[in-house]
Design a protein around this ligand. Sequence first.
Ligand SMILES: [Zn+2]
Ligand SMILES: [Zn+2]
Length: 186
Amino acid sequence: MGQYYIFYETDIPYLVFFYLIQTMKKEFGEKYGSIEDVNFTAKYRASCFCNAVEYEVRADPVDAKICHCLGCQKLHGAPMQWAAIFHKHDVRITKGIEQLHFYNNEFHKLERILPCKVSCGLCHTPIADEGRNMWLAFPSLFGFGGTLNVPKKFKPTCHIFYSMCIIDIDDDLPKWSGHKNKSQRL
Ligand SMILES: [Zn+2]
Ligand SMILES: [Zn+2]
């Protein structure tokens, strides 16, 4: 009798734990679109290189920028980062939540401390920058396939952190030394 009682008590944390794991797998967070929302109509779909992770958005981005900061250069292994900004409620992960890796580059921790980098744990494709309020998507993952197919709202409106630029860009877009509207216009 006593043995049964002890077993029952210690079992509860396990049940709660497994319930949380299941919930976490199904949903990315309450701020995001739900996989069970039948009114969520995908406008664009994105996937990582190995297709383990897929997500969709139901709106156009609110802005799109090209960032030339050193952090983006190193973390992407690229001269610049192209990001399209979405409200979290317009984004939902449809596949591979359990594959996602998180990295906070301020504290150098593999944890989902916002803002953080989100990547695929298998192919390590950078999926997005998860901000406190916004989802900064990398449009390359949407596979538009050619400049003519890139929707207008995904086109960058400016260059930011251009003071750290390592490849000169010859276009008519505004170039900011740091953040848009909050730094010197170059
Ligand atoms: Zn992948
Ligand atoms: Zn950057």
